[in-house]
Design a protein around this ligand. Structure first.
Ligand SMILES: Cc1cc2nc3c(=O)[nH]c(=O)nc-3n(C[C@H](O)[C@H](O)[C@H](O)COP(=O)(O)O)c2cc1C
Length: 270
């Protein structure tokens, strides 16, 4: 017996039965026609997730040093267990909702030390008419940087007022296309490393070596790694990224930590 593919849907709307949730439910129905999927929902609205304090401890020392002991760990356990992620936010003033932004900030260290490689993701936003492109671009960038492969993006125009049949017609086609891509990526084993991803890894690794006293967690995470996971990297990619790295660091040569007397910079801000 083959097990079901687990999808975790995280809803960043403060309206529990609002447009974003309705869209996510419709997406679930469409996915279940295509395959053996099991969906679980997390409503950020209902989870105790305090506002990031900006202490920088997660980035510098490790997530275990986050002073906030709340629902963050539980969310990440669910993310780890699932095969795929559907991240949902309404467009609020041309961006993600405040609930989703806080969730992203609370997991900021993932941009430095991604953990979710091998998992697929779909980002979904609903809007009254504007901001789809900007919001989806941002959500994709953030989720990708956590290690996920964002294989599908979906933006729907759903006014905040009735009629409530907003998921018909054009939106239905948009959802169908997004579902098609997400479903086929979940059924494929493809796990290539793009040039951009490899370049990003090399930049983070080199920076972490240069500032290891300030970012010990990054240094420890990257030490001895060829990439985030065992992968074939072509010789041309290695050479080209090596050259680009030299250019990048030449351009950043004046940006290193200068005030060595302020070793306690991060902790003094806690
Ligand atoms: C505070 C707030 C800000 C909004 N900002 C925008 C916006 O910048 N552009 C837009 O087109 N729609 C905007 N809308 C409309 C919502 O994006 C849209 O109705 C969305 O589908 C609401 O999803 P929800 O029901 O899950 O909250 C805004 C709505 C609210 C409540």
């Amino acid at each position: 017996m083959t097990s079901k593919t687990k999808i975790l849907t995280i809803i960043g709307s403060p309206r529990k039965e609002g447009n974003s949730y309705q869209a996510a439910k419709k997406l679930e129905d469409m996915m279940k026609i295509k395959g053996d999927y099991e969906f679980e929902y997390l409503f950020l609205k209902d989870i105790n997730l305090e506002a990031c304090k900006g202490c920088f401890s997660c980035l510098s020392k490790g997530i275990e040093y986050c002073p906030l002991k709340d629902g963050r760990k539980m969310i990440q356990e669910k993310m780890r267990e699932a095969d795929g992620l559907v991240l949902v936010s309404p467009v609020y003033v041309m961006h993600v909702s405040a609930l989703l932004k806080n969730f992203i900030d609370r997991l900021a260290y993932l941009c430095h030390r991604p953990e979710y490689h091998g998992k697929k993701a779909l980002v979904l936003t609903t809007t009254g008419g504007m901001g789809i492109k900007e919001t989806l671009k941002y959500m994709k960038m953030v989720v990708d940087s956590g290690g996920y492969d964002v294989t599908s993006q979906c933006g729907l125009v759903t006014a905040p007022w009735p009629p409530t049949d907003a998921l018909k017609n054009k939106n239905s086609n948009t959802l169908e296309k997004a579902v098609e891509k997400f479903d086929s990526s979940l059924k494929s084993d493809e796990k290539g490393v793009s040039f951009g991803n490899y370049m990003g890894f090399r930049i983070f690794k080199t920076v972490s070596e240069n500032v290891k006293d300030y970012m010990p967690a990054d240094y420890k995470f990257n030490k001895g790694k060829e990439y985030y996971y065992p992968a074939k990297i072509g010789i041309l990619t290695r050479i080209a990224t090596g050259l680009m790295l030299k250019v990048v660091f030449f351009m950043m040569r004046d940006l290193g930590p200068r005030d060595t007397k302020r070793d306690n910079y991060f902790t003094e801000h806690e």
